[in-house]
Design a protein around this ligand. Structure first.
Ligand SMILES: Nc1ncnc2c1ncn2[C@@H]1O[C@H](COP(=O)(O)OP(=O)(O)OP(=O)(O)O)[C@@H](O)[C@H]1O
Length: 228
């Protein structure tokens, strides 16, 4: 991140301990605003945990997380979660039909916007009437993404959003991420897909056993050059 860029999030000396283990260990990092930041590292490195700190699903044991300069614990948590939407790896659906799911946070969402949001995440408009219980894992995750997008969030936190998808569906999500950042949305993307990270990320945070061992542009992160 260069000096002219504004930080969406700043993590300062963040420690997160669970059951006596440091899951995040003195992480100091910046997430630039209006950019795509990828969080990478081996399984168990702490990527999802870091994501959950950003909308206060977890709180640091020590250290500070700031959003636009304000410590998260000084912000209204519901307002924060509306502005900073998390799409988890394991989707949690709340309504009976897909259209109602997209209206969870926007009860007045018109049918044409439901259709447009579904198209954005690579699902046909006809999905609006589908029973949410009948969706596959990858479909459910995309419905959760569409539900998040319905709220026009300032920040989107995406935990492996294409891991369960076929290549065409994954490409639709990658286009959506690209368009969102082009329009000024901040995206934080957890991904094991290195070509995807190189394609989308302006900034990369590399975690190893809870420690941040590198941050910067993808081309400066040797871990991403290993060919995957
Ligand atoms: N509530 C908890 N109690 C104890 N350990 C936990 C808890 N939550 C997470 N962990 C551990 O913390 C470590 C980091 O978990 P996390 O889910 O953040 O990793 P990750 O990098 O996202 O992994 P993956 O790539 O496999 O999704 C893991 O070893 C996990 O088992």
């Amino acid at each position: 991140m260069n000096e002219a860029e504004v930080a969406a999030f700043q993590l300062c000396e963040v420690i997160l301990t669970r059951g006596g283990t440091r899951i995040l260990d003195r992480v100091t990092a910046v997430v630039p605003a209006g950019r795509c930041t990828a969080v990478v590292g081996a399984s168990g490195a702490g990527k999802s945990t870091l994501l959950r700190l950003l909308n206060r699903l977890d709180d640091p044991t020590r250290g500070t997380v700031r959003y636009r300069g304000t410590p998260l614990d000084q912000l209204d948590v519901l307002a924060l979660r509306r502005a900073v939407q998390l799409v988890a790896q394991q989707p949690v659906l709340l309504a009976d039909t897909v259209a109602d799911e997209l209206r969870v946070g926007r009860p007045d969402l018109p049918a044409h916007e439901v259709a447009a949001l579904l198209e954005l995440v690579g699902l046909p408009a006809g999905f609006a009437g589908r029973d949410t219980a009948s969706l596959s894992g990858g479909e459910a995750q995309r419905v959760c993404l569409a539900r998040a997008l319905a709220l026009a969030p300032q920040v989107l936190l995406l935990d492996e959003p294409t891991a369960a998808l076929d290549p065409a569906s994954a490409a639709a999500i990658e286009r959506a991420i690209h368009d969102l950042t082009a329009r000024g949305c901040t995206v934080v993307l957890v991904s094991h897909n290195h070509p995807q990270v190189r394609l989308l990320a302006h900034h990369v945070l590399l975690l190893d056993a809870g420690r941040l061992i590198a941050q910067g542009p993808a081309e400066q992160i040797p871990y991403l050059k290993a060919g995957r």
